[in-house]
Every structure is written in structure tokens, then in C-alpha cells.
Design a protein around this ligand. Sequence first.
Ligand code: DC
Length: 217
Amino acid sequence: MTTVIAIDGPAGSGKSSVSKQAARELGFGYLDTGAAYRALAWWSKSTGSEPDDLATRLDDFDYSISTNPDDFWVHVGSDDVTEAIRESAISEAVSDVARIPEVRTFMKQLTRGIIAAENRPGIVVEGRDITTVVAPDAQVRLLLTADEAVRIKRRSAELSVASQQITKQVTDRDASDLKVVDFITPAVGVELIDSTELDLPQTVQAVLSAVSRQLAI
Ligand code: DC
């Protein structure tokens, strides 16, 4: 059976870099679940449809993603959208897509299918609702947080965009995403890792220690 390491957390918590590195060290696959919501927002824009019409068109969403932590790509049909889904316009549009109930049900099934198809011994899956909705029975469940000021600083360094714009993107997006799913309070059985005072290697280490501890139970 594939070992599932579920990691949730807010924007800029370092989830993606930490999860990817942890996956490399464990020899596991890596799944960025936010990429599917972003790709759906991209598809909605590129086909000129309103987010609210998406519910009726989900069967036509032709999505694929790499789970190789060393070769990451995201495709919609024959388009490589790996870079395009990181643009500000998508970050600003994605919450409106993620709040649609039919989209969330669709994403839950899509994500479970990708996890089931993983052929490495395990997979690190990061998102907002992985520990609670998508894989509540994962062998390891973690919530990665950091103080808001630190998250904004990390995000702006990552994207080299003025921090004022990032502040708005991070806080507005978290506020709107939080209306749909709570990724701030750890659910019962979910271990909280606060990376405010930790750099990337230290956070990876904290995650790997939690993984060993939880897998030993
Ligand atoms: O992790 P990210 O910033 O790439 O996620 C993009 C959006 O997708 C985020 O604003 C909320 C949504 N999302 C979600 O609702 N559930 C997930 N498991 C992952 C992402």
C-alpha cells in the first residue's frame, strides 16, 4: 500500500518546497494539489467561461500532473501550463474556482486517483484539505504554518514581486479560502509544525522527524 504523507497549510507556508524536498529524501512521489485548482482557473479563463459555469464542464477538464519531485510539470490537454498557472491573474482568480462545491468534489476524486496510481512506495501530498477531506486516513498528517509576516516575505522573495502586492494576494486569498476549508487549526490527529523560526532545511528536518515518529506508531 502507498504511504501517504498529507501536508496542509496556508499560502506561503513553504509547503511546496518543503514537501518536494521531503519527497526526494524519502524516495516518494510529490503531489501539489493546488496546481489542479490553478489549472482549472487557467482553463476557465482560456476557454472564456465564468467560474460558475465550470460545474457543468468538469468532465471535459483534461488534466495531468507529474508526481516526480525532480521533474515537475502540469498539463491541460496538450498545453504545458506549469509556468502559466503561477501568474498573478491565476492566483487572484483561483479562490473563486476553489469555492465551488462541485469543483471540490471533483478535485477530491481526481486527487485520490492520482494517489492510487502512484508507483513509488509513498507520496507527499500538499494542499489545504488533504489531512481532513482528501486523505483523512493518511499514515502521516501535518499542518505547516508560519506567521503571516514571514509567509509574505517568503512569497515575495519567491516571486520577486513587490511585497505590497503579495501582502494583498496572500491575505485576501487566505481569507477567501478559509471560508471553504479550515487550514489554520489542526484537526484531531494532525501535527502542527510552525516554521516561523526555521529555514528550509530545518523545516524539512522537522517534517522528516514527524514522519518517522508518526510512521512508528
Ligand atoms: O497551494 P496553492 O496556492 O497553489 O493553491 C491554489 C488554490 O487552490 C488556493 O487558493 C486554494 C485552493 N486549494 C484548495 O482549495 N484545496 C487544496 N487542497 C489545494 C488548493
